[in-house]
Design a binder for this molecule. Sequence first.
Ligand code: AVI
Length: 314
Amino acid sequence: MTPETISRSDSFLSDVVHGLSQPRKTLPCKYLYDEHGSQLFDQICELDEYYVTRTEWSIMKQNAASIARQIDTQAMLVEYGSGSSLKTRLLLDALEQPRAYVPVDISEEHVLKTADGLRLAYPSLQVMPVIADFTQPFSLPDCEPPASHVVIYFPGSTIGNFPPPQAGGLLKQMSRMLGRDGGLLIGIDLQKEAGIIEAAYNDSAGVTAAFNLNVLQRINRELGSNFELDHFQHRAVYNRARHRVEISLVSLETQVVSLGNREVHFDAGEEIVTEYSHKYTVDGFATFAEQYGFSLHQHWTDQDHYFAVLHLVI
Ligand code: AVI
């Protein structure tokens, strides 16, 4: 183990211990995305019930030219949580290439593989991957010649996975990184009928359930705990008052799990909240982002108003 992997597993352990010691047990959702979790998430994106990806995709496709006009050739395009960068290819195809593309992702395997694929597809583009937890400050690489400004691309409604105070913290950090002339292109999932949302997070093939349960498998593997996966069940419910899906793992029985030198007790029916997925309105998000120095410049949506892509400027 390198010093870096030791400190990463230290903070994983302390985050897990902290989350499971709360009166309402939680786990930070970023830990859902190990290599297997990222693969399962890619499968979620292809599901019929999961309207999010294909709707954003169709918005990007239909409006690629006008969206691409917001990013000029001198810009450094920085993608937060790039994963497989699938939507980015649409953008890159529509753009006169930006100066550099910087995919930022916590999953090393994923981001390096994706960067290799992009270099092959766009040989003249500088692809400069950064392996980082984008919720923490990180530095941007230097490109040659230097970019005139930065445009952050944050698709997929990932902002929705942060409770508003954390989402605000992230917007604040982004506005600092952007500086003058910077822009933010962000995808947000819109409020809509609860049945449509709940179906998206309770798919009939059980992929979302496997994605959710995988975090326990990861804790077992990396932290040596002994969670029995079939003693927990996936749950995803839309909280209409808070406009968010609450995703959790429910303990099916009273049980005790060992974690390092600790024991974690679960009552039957007790939940571990693993993720929130907040749903916004365009105006609500624009007003929220104003507090952090952004103003809405333009937005694009689909005919059902399921999803929106916003261009915010500083
Ligand atoms: C990554 N993120 C936007 C997804 C969402 O829809 O909130 C994560 C997800 N969790 C379960 N299904 C999808």
